[in-house]
Ligand binder design. Structure first.
Ligand SMILES: Nc1ncnc2c1ncn2[C@@H]1O[C@H](COP(=O)(O)OP(=O)(O)OP(=O)(O)O)[C@@H](O)[C@H]1O
Ligand SMILES: [Mg+2]
Length: 359
């Protein structure tokens, strides 16, 4: 097995991409690896004509993925928007892998992201020695994607300062990047586009200017509709975690995953699944990603410090850690949930005990 902790999508799913390409018929947009139909199949999974099974990456609405892919065939960029942990980064990576065969051109947006990290920078030693020249330019992922006709990903776009965000306007509308120092420009090759992600929960984010907003099509990724869907997502992601980390534990029983997802969904929605009991909502977001990490850390506990079978004890610390983000407020919320809901469920006694022991 490869020593890499986390391979790129196009490496991990190379075979799927290859098979999709083989059976692809129809018009492939310039510099795309696949047709838009096949790119969507890569994302949501399906069976090919020759019987080959493509695994689903995104579990949810096929229509949303069609809109996302269709957007990228136009001159508009794509903004994936939604709560934390709704697979925005995950979808963006797989879209780039399916379309450009390369998901590595990425800029992580932070409050400190500067214009140079979007446009280009200078290699100062070269700049001093040779003066401004093409050799002295440090290319950014955006510049490289423009030259190669690929997708560039910008993570957490709204964390970038508003003035720096606006650098993207020329790139998105003129499809070119001026280099005034050299009296030159880089013109984007067909196939170039931008996928940005942003979440709507962070404090201190910078709204997109309306000029920039107009150049993006927004696709909102929702939290999973049904509990079955959410369980399915957790199950699949946990399986791949187990494979990569080689945890010495059994695959978790489905009912354990169901219990965790139930707890997180009930607290997220502020009401029990049967709709009978109203609940207080904790301050953090309890997304599917939290459910995945509760199960993953439980498995590590079970594998290394337990008997290899995931139990309530192994999961308790993870659940409490996911729910209690604010030590005062969330603790009240959690204790109330424990006493009014967990305690009363006949087959949940083990969770109640394990969580009580930890508080
Ligand atoms: N609908 C879904 N289908 C498949 N995987 C999902 C889905 N929802 C969540 N996940 C899983 O949740 C994990 C977290 O997703 P990701 O990091 O992409 O979230 P995000 O939306 O980018 O969050 P943030 O706003 O915090 O950056 C991923 O491992 C992803 O596989
Ligand atoms: Mg993300």
């Amino acid at each position: 097995m490869s020593q890499v902790l986390r391979g790129h999508a196009e490496q991990l799913y190379a075979q799927e991409l290859e098979e999709l390409k083989k059976q692809d018929s129809g018009k492939v947009p310039a510099n795309w690896k696949l047709t838009p139909q096949s790119a969507v199949t890569y994302l949501v999974g399906g069976k090919l004509k020759n019987g080959f099974e493509v695994t689903p990456k995104y579990i949810g609405s096929r229509r949303l993925m069609e809109i996302a892919v269709a957007t990228l065939t136009t001159d508009r960029a794509l903004l994936l928007y939604g709560l934390p942990g709704t697979a925005k980064s995950w979808v963006s990576e797989h879209l780039a892998a399916a379309i450009s065969g390369d998901s590595t051109m990425i800029i992580q947006g932070t409050a400190g992201t500067s214009e140079e990290s979007i446009r280009y920078g200078w290699n100062y030693a070269r700049l001093l020695a040779e003066g401004p020249s093409e050799n002295a330019i440090v290319e950014t992922p955006v510049m490289r994607a423009m030259k190669d006709g690929k997708i560039v990903r910008i993570e957490e776009l709204t964390r970038i300062g508003a003035d720096v965000q606006d650098t993207l306007i020329t790139i998105l509308s003129e499809k070119m990047l001026p280099i005034p120092e050299l009296n030159k420009e880089v013109q984007a090759i067909r196939g170039f586009n931008v996928i940005a992600t942003a979440n709507n929960r962070d404090k201190g984010v910078n709204d997109l200017s309306s000029a920039l907003k107009r150049r993006f099509n927004t696709v909102i990724l929702p939290v999973p509709d049904t509990i079955e869907e959410e369980i399915d997502i957790v199950k699949r992601r946990v399986e791949s975690f187990e494979k990569v980390m080689e945890v010495p534990a059994e695959a978790p029983a489905l009912h354990e995953i169901r219990r965790i997802v139930t707890i997180l969904r009930e607290l997220r929605n502020g009401v029990t699944l049967d709709g009978k009991t109203k609940l207080k909502v904790p301050s953090g977001t309890l997304s599917t990603a939290e459910a995945i990490s509760v199960v993953n850390s439980g498995l590590s506990m079970a594998g290394y410090f337990g008997d290899g079978r995931l139990t309530a004890e192994d999961m308790a610390a993870g659940i409490i850690g996911a729910v209690i983000k604010d030590p005062v407020q969330d603790k009240i919320v959690w204790l109330e949930y424990l006493e009014t809901v967990v305690k009363t469920r006949e087959d949940w006694k083990d969770i109640y005990r394990a969580c009580r022991n930890m508080m």
